[in-house]
Design a protein around this ligand. Structure first.
Ligand SMILES: Cc1cc2nc3c(=O)[nH]c(=O)nc-3n(C[C@H](O)[C@H](O)[C@H](O)COP(=O)(O)O)c2cc1C
Ligand SMILES: C=C(O[C@@H]1CC(C(=O)O)=C[C@@H](OP(=O)(O)O)[C@H]1O)C(=O)O
Length: 394
């Protein structure tokens, strides 16, 4: 079973990640990981920090001659913000001594973890909450998950996401999205992300991309922010991954947890999702056929999952990201120290992080899918798993 854990603060010296349970013999390099790290930094609506961070994870264990050895893979990624010292970070984040005059942050931002985090851990300063709740952590999460993604790719399983909506601008309906995304996914879901990466808002439609950019521009000018909706496709999954026998073995439930465990994600759909509640059954369920020796479906409205298991059709998952909580135009809040009503204070921030966040969403589902695959075809090495997979699918 692949597991990972990250450590590190947003403005501390750097992020650390440990991935364990990766079978021996998987080809992986720092450059493979950097590919997705660079993608996570790109996107219209990003804030000033992404312009100077140059995310790169150094592999410090578990890999020899570009192949995994079966042991834990440890990675480190420095925060340029710390070195750049644009706000005295080595002093503010000093691990030993508190210097005099360091300002306590006491104005919680609605929508961020500030107030509840400070209440929970009994802090009179929001700084420690910001440092760990920040989505800076997703940089190392993407690095860790890129290893699981590489494992899936080895077995022909590809992941690719694209943006469906930013604020009021987006596709009208499911069929419209299918017409543009599914032909791309026929060549493997990586074709979806590669096409989406051509747009700086990661939308597959050129006109909508231009309108989304405009929407972000307008909201930025107003000092507000935006979220949106995205879709992830996964191709190459064999039928029968996951299980119906227990609630916690249902693959759709596990995928939802991975998405909802990501900063700012507020909902997940599989296939038609909420739309299926608006339609009669015959416009929802995917009719079964048998062609060229295997079971197929006429449609894929259930998004490749039935009974908590993969159907063999592409997986289609959608997620919604709420608007960024830090906004130039303030919201009302209460000073934690004085208990007086006041307004939020602005800090450097993304205006719309959705085009970047879809890379995080693509990444976090990879270990879930890799584990479902390992549960069925698992072994200690890539060659063992190849043999098991071949035997089961011949
Ligand atoms: C890629 C990414 C970038 C983000 N950038 C910011 C940001 O610049 N400013 C901000 O206030 N929130 C940002 N967020 C959202 C906060 O991290 C998130 O709202 C916060 O951790 C509270 O968690 P919750 O939204 O899940 O309740 C970002 C989220 C993601 C996924
Ligand atoms: C650093 C990243 O995102 C950060 C996520 C984030 C938040 O509150 O979640 C707040 C901002 O941090 P800062 O105030 O230092 O600019 C973002 O830049 C990143 O994605 O690597």
């Amino acid at each position: 079973m692949i597991r990972y854990i990250t450590a590190g603060e947003s403005h501390g010296p750097g992020l650390t990640g440990i991935v364990e349970g990766v079978p021996a013999g998987l080809t992986i390099t720092e450059e493979d990981i950097a590919h997705h790290l660079v993608r996570r930094q790109q996107g219209y609506g990003r804030g000033g920090r992404m312009a100077f961070e140059k995310d790169f994870a150094t592999i410090n264990s578990g890999v020899r001659f570009s192949k995994t050895m079966g042991g834990p893979i440890a990675m480190h990624m420095p925060n340029r913000a710390f070195k750049k010292d644009d706000a005295g970070w080595p002093t503010v984040m000093n691990k030993k001594t508190e210097a005099e005059g360091i300002e306590k942050i006491t104005l919680p931002r609605p929508g961020h973890a500030d107030l509840v985090g400070a209440q929970k851990y009994n802090f009179d300063d929001i700084r420690p909450v910001i440092e760990r709740s920040s989505a800076r952590e997703t940089a190392m999460r993407v690095a860790c998950c890129s290893i699981a993604r590489q494992f899936l790719k080895h077995f022909g399983i590809e992941i690719g996401a694209h943006v469906l909506r930013i604020g009021s601008i987006g596709f009208d309906n499911w069929e419209q999205v299918r017409a543009i995304a599914d032909p791309l996914a026929e060549n493997g879901a990586e074709a979806v992300y590669k096409a989406a990466d051509e747009s700086d808002v990661r939308c597959l439609d050129e006109d909508l991309s231009a309108q989304m950019r405009e929407e972000i521009k307008v909201r930025r000018k107003q000092g507000s922010s935006l979220g949106g909706i995205y879709e992830i496709l996964v191709t190459g999954l064999p039928a029968g991954l996951g299980s119906y026998v227990h609630w916690d073995r249902k693959l759709d439930g596990q995928l939802a947890q991975a998405i909802m465990g990501t900063q700012a994600m507020k909902g997940v759909e599989v296939g038609l999702g909420f739309e299926s509640g608006h339609r009669p059954g015959h416009e929802v369920h995917d009719e079964i056929t048998h062609e060229e020796g295997s079971f197929k479906r006429r449609t894929n409205r259930m998004g490749g999952i039935e009974g908590g298991m993969t159907t063999g059709m592409p997986l289609i998952i959608r997620g919604v990201m709420k608007p960024i909580p830090t906004m130039l135009n303030p919201l009302s809040t209460v000073d934690m120290k004085t208990k007086q009503e006041t307004e939020t204070r602005y800090e450097r921030s993304d205006v719309c992080a959705l085009p970047r966040a879809v890379v995080v969403a693509e990444s976090v589902i990879a270990p879930v899918l890799a584990n479902a695959f390992l549960e069925k075809f698992g072994g200690d090495s890539i060659s063992d798993i190849e043999a098991n997979f071949k035997k089961a699918t011949q």
